[in-house]
Design a protein around this ligand. Structure first.
Ligand code: ATP
Ligand code: MG
Length: 570
């Protein structure tokens, strides 16, 4: 199924009202929460968590999880923990921790507690000893390959490890030696003793601790054994007394194990619920793949504006509101689906239409110079141009006008077709917010390229006080040559050429769009020089743009956030 702006129900996000948005029904997780509240499960408490592994930057898929988890707490008067799931020492880094915190805050959410799964290493270790003492875990000397063979396949029972029936004493002794560093990486593992014949492969004596002599970003060298995901996640939820632990559908087969550990350890009964992960067309979402794009230089970094990361979207010009609106519109489903990236673009376009000033920029490496031959040389007039017709409170700004202005090459045709209402020999057009001009003469260079248009203007046609009685059909934008500021404009297109790069044959990187970035020079209105990094504007007739952090005093840099219309509509 593909969601598009037209086939989604009208949802209105409102992150702060403390209610589900009016006009939409509850999603299945909200329904579960309401039922639990009605039945006084967990004494009517709602406590969620957002549990990123700090091994990369957050992406738009994480935003879905963030909006859901924080949104539930907000709606039902609950709390949300930010928990770093940092049980894998090799891939994790404090750079990622910092970026994740910044991104969650930027999205507009604040957490009740900041926790780290690594804070629970002592408790988790004690849980493991408890299982050993109950005869429910054993140290296994089998190699990874041997364990894989023992597990077999779902259609027939697996084989028991020869180490499965070690005594409690021996297991305890060996596990303590593992912890003390007596063995090398991979020499031994601790396995839960569950059921080697279960049709659920996760039940076939899963590994719960492994030896890894590696430095951890928080615990340093204190540990050389680390808990596996299944042994850390549910127990961390339980330690924090999380009531509703939401994850993605791949974890459905892990749920029985999640419940098994909680039951055998007799600890707080957190419950796991699974929703569909967000998949977007023309996008890869897994951190592993995004990491490759960054490390192999296919993009300039995690915050490259073509990346689906929160930091990339922010740099591209997306707002937190537009991302929350998108998450509200996609809803929460129980089945995998693929969302049209056009819906994300729709959300930001709608917002920027309401909120941005319309300004003029001539996006042309080599624009045409329009010379108004009957306009006094050296004179400058100040035009007052409405900032945003969608927002009467936005006022107007002053734009200098003079005898020579830049116009887009695309706004002139020497031999125009019928119904071409822009510049052509003998044809009249309005310069936006200024005067009507008529093109009298075309000047070309030696190669025959048009360089200049000599025009005359109608002095009575000034916008706002037009008494000329002349009606023209075309209005074009312009920038005064004497006042123009230089800018670099980065035009982005989709990073991938196919709808679902991850499902195509071969490597997803074969489907990278070689033309995903086009960098051009532009002439922009002088007052854009006062804009700050991150400010957003509409370049009239061109699209929505945001000021990039690479801007300098001499050169403004703009990122195209989104085009004015969906140019990808089928
Ligand atoms: P990735 O596959 O991109 O590495 P992950 O699930 O390994 O994602 P985590 O840092 O473990 O990344 O995820 C933190 C939380 O965000 C988890 O609860 C996870 O379910 C959720 N999440 C991750 N990706 C998505 C997605 N595409 N859609 C919805 N939720 C997601
Ligand atoms: Mg993960």
């Amino acid at each position: 199924m593909t969601g598009s702006p037209t086939d989604t129900p009208e949802h209105h996000s409102d992150a702060s009202t403390g209610e589900v948005s009016p006009g939409r029904s509850l999603n299945f997780i909200e329904q579960i929460v309401e039922d639990d509240l009605a039945n006084q499960i967990h004494e009517g408490r709602v406590h969620t968590r957002f549990p990123p592994e700090p091994n990369g930057y957050l992406h738009i898929g994480h935003a879905k999880s963030i909006c859901l988890n924080f949104g539930l707490a907000d709606t039902y008067g609950g709390q949300t923990n930010l928990r770093f799931d940092d049980t894998n020492p090799v891939t994790e880094d404090t750079e990622y921790v910092d970026s994740i915190k910044a991104d969650v805050r930027w999205l507009g959410f604040d957490w009740e507690n900041e926790f780290y799964a690594s804070d629970y290493f002592d408790t988790l270790y004690a849980f493991a000893e408890t299982l050993i003492q109950k005869g429910l875990a054993y140290v296994d000397d089998s190699t990874a390959e041997e364990i894989a063979v023992q597990k077999g396949n779902p259609s027939e029972p697996g084989q028991e490890s020869p180490y499965r029936n070690r005594s409690v004493e021996e297991n305890l002794e060996l596990f303590r030696q593992m912890r003390a560093g007596a063995f090398g990486d991979g020499a031994k593992v601790l396995r839960a003793k569950v059921d080697m014949a279960s049709p659920n492969m996760h039940f076939r004596d899963p590994i719960i601790y492994r030896i890894k002599h590696a430095h951890h970003h928080r615990t340093g060298d204190a540990w050389c054994i680390y808990p596996m995901y299944d042994f850390a996640h549910g127990q961390s939820d339980s330690i924090e007394k999380i009531t509703h632990s939401i994850c993605t559908l791949e974890f459905i087969p892990h749920r029985p194990l999640y419940d098994w550990f909680i039951e055998k350890l007799a600890i707080f009964p957190s419950k796991q619920y699974e929703m569909a992960r967000l998949n977007l067309t023309y996008t890869v979402m897994s951190k592993r793949k995004l990491l490759q794009l960054v490390h192999e230089g296919h993009v300039t970094g995690w915050d490259d504006p073509r990346m689906p990361t929160i930091s990339g979207l922010r740099r591209r010009g997306y707002t937190p509101e537009s991302i929350r609106e998108f998450c509200e519109r996609i809803g929460v489903a129980k089945r995998e689906n693929m969302i049209d990236v056009g819906l994300l673009e729709f959300c930001i376009r709608e917002e920027l239409n309401r909120t941005t000033d319309r300004v003029m920029a001539v996006l042309d490496e080599n624009p045409i110079r329009l010379v108004i031959t009957n306009y006094p040389d050296g004179q400058t007039e100040t035009m007052h141009i409405e900032n945003n017709p969608e927002d009467p409170s936005s006022g107007a700004r002053e734009v200098p006008f003079s005898r020579e202005v830049y116009v887009e090459r695309d706004d002139f045709m020497e031999i125009p077709p019928k119904k071409y209402f822009r510049l052509a020999p003998g044809q009249m057009v309005r310069l936006k917010g200024a005067y009507i001009v008529r093109c009298d003469e075309v000047v070309k260079d030696a190669d025959g390229t048009v360089t200049q248009l000599n025009c005359t203007y109608i002095p009575e046609s000034r916008s706002g006080s037009d008494t000329s009685g002349i009606n023209v059909k075309g209005t074009i934008h312009w920038v005064s040559v004497a006042h123009a500021k230089e800018a670099e404009v980065r035009l982005y297109d989709r990073l991938f050429q196919v709808e679902d790069p991850s499902s195509e044959e071969g490597n997803f990187k074969e489907y990278i769009n070689p033309n995903s970035l086009q960098v051009i020079r532009a002439k922009v209105e002088p007052n854009l020089g006062q804009r700050q990094i991150g400010d957003r504007v509409q370049f009239i007739r061109k699209g929505y743009f945001a000021v990039d952090q690479d801007s300098t005093a001499d050169l403004l840099v703009f990122n195209r956030t989104v085009t004015l219309k969906d140019s990808w509509k089928k």
